[in-house]
Write a protein that binds this ligand. Structure first.
Ligand code: EPU
Length: 407
């Protein structure tokens, strides 16, 4: 179990280069299973989740090589084996095995898919997409002889189900139309990658039209991670400093920039860089909704900012109950109350603590508290944070943090 030891209290100032987006990289990696060829992925983040995803691909026979910033994924000689449950239970994106393995091998085992355990995470929409294209879903395995294009109607936007519906139909026979899709930037990144590999996929609003094609090797540069960028901007403010994030996908971050300004921050955007520092903190009300709204993955990051300033309110319309992390933040002095999918965060006096990471973003929220108060704090089970933040120790040390990660 990794531990982060922090000696907090110093304002963090300086520049951080944001890595490739976790939630864009993961569907792209799994979509390589559909491809009979060698794909070139630039800017793939080296984080816990992508390492597990690449290990899952290797278990089917993929050959993966890193050359500078490019990762080459050779998926010409693959064969199906039951995925290793120890890997599958580590990351949520292992659900993308459903679409990719059914498309390539005609089979996929069902097993407990992992990831942050902050809410019920059903896969009913993923399975109904499989059935629509002609697969039969049994207790522990999904099978199909051939996938046939179909009409799929989702009654709410789901990132994972949209990814799987695209993976199922990219090489299926005929035309598929998916309505009610998620439109997060990572969905477009997946579409761009598959189109570079010979797919025929067009998105128009929440509707995606796909004509099944044979795929060859594809090429893409993974977009910058807006959640990582938002996290470091918030961290700079939290410590009374000013961090500038480079490689930020600014046009995807309007809701985040608006929220920082409502908090009272002075935000400056230039090319692909964003900097933020606080003038005077305001009470902040946030509602997390599917893209283009404020991202649910940043609501845990904004909670400590509210506590350290004038308090605030969070309503999360994506997840039923993504507030378990607030119990852990209370050990740093964050006061809050939760009712259903709403939380009130009170202005609080924060202090040092020892805590165990509740989940990926909740873990980052703990680290923000630890870095903002004078004295030593410890965060256990730090692998959970490293699942989503590349090179954390070096990036934070470079802006003045006293931080050490040990085993
Ligand atoms: N849902 C269903 N049925 C389904 C699928 C989803 O009811 O079959 C519901 C969920 O319960 C939830 C809503 O639909 O209420 C949206 O869930 P979605 O499927 O969009 O989430 P996901 O694909 O499992 C991804 C990200 C999460 C992020 C959500 C929402 C990845 C690997 N994970 O999860 O990221 O919170 O979209 O944007 O892309 C994180 O990075 O910290 C993280 C948790």
């Amino acid at each position: 179990m990794k531990r982060i030891v922090v000696s907090g209290g110093a304002p963090l100032n300086g520049d951080i280069a944001v890595s490739g987006s976790k939630n864009a990289a993961l569907p792209i990696i799994f979509s390589c299973i559909l491809i009979n060829g060698i794909s070139e992925i630039d800017n793939l983040p080296d984080i816990g989740d992508t390492r597990v995803a690449l290990d899952l691909l290797r278990s089917f026979g993929a050959v993966i090589e890193r050359r500078g910033s490019i990762t080459l994924i050779d998926t010409r000689r693959l064969s199906y084996v039951k995925p290793d449950e120890n890997l599958v239970e580590k990351i949520r994106a292992s659900t993308y095995l459903i679409g990719s393995c059914l498309s390539r091998f005609g089979a996929c085992h069902l097993m407990p898919f992992g990831g942050c355990n902050f809410s019920l995470r059903p896969i009913d929409m993923h399975l109904s997409a499989c059935r629509s294209l002609g697969a039969s879903v049994n207790d522990n395995i999904i099978l199909c002889h051939s996938l046939r294009g179909a009409d799929i109607n989702f009654d709410k936007p789901s990132v994972g189900a949209t990814v799987n519906a695209i993976l199922l139909s990219a090489t299926a026979t005929g035309r598929t139309v998916i309505r009610g899709c998620a439109i997060e930037p990572h969905i477009d990144a997946l579409i761009d990658f598959l189109n570079s590999a010979g797919a025929s996929i067009m998105r128009n609003g929440r509707e995606v039209e796909i004509f099944g094609r044979e795929l060859h090797g594809g090429k893409i540069k993974v977009i910058g991670d807006m959640i990582e960028s938002g996290s470091y901007l918030a961290l700079g403010i939290m410590t009374g400093g000013k961090i500038r994030t480079h490689n930020s996908p600014i046009s995807d971050m309007t809701s985040v920039i608006d929220a920082l300004r409502e908090l009272g921050a002075d935000v400056v955007c230039e090319n692909d860089s964003i900097s933020a520092c606080l003038n005077s903190g305001n009470h902040l009300r946030l509602t997390a909704t599917p893209y283009p709204g404020f991202p649910t993955d940043l609501q845990p990051i904004f909670a400590p900012l509210m506590a350290a300033n004038m308090g605030g309110e969070i309503c999360d319309t994506v997840w039923e109950s993504r507030f378990g992390y607030l119990n852990v933040l209370s050990s740093f002095g964050v006061r809050s109350s939760v009712l259903g999918n709403r939380a009130t965060i009170y202005k609080s006096n924060l202090h040092t603590a020892s805590a165990v990471c509740p989940d990926l973003r909740g873990g980052m929220a703990c680290l923000m508290c630890a870095l903002s108060v004078e004295g030593k704090s410890e965060i256990y089970s730090a692998e959970t944070i490293l699942r989503g933040y590349e090179d954390l120790e070096n990036k934070l040390s470079a802006v003045g943090a006293e931080i050490k990660i040990d085993n």
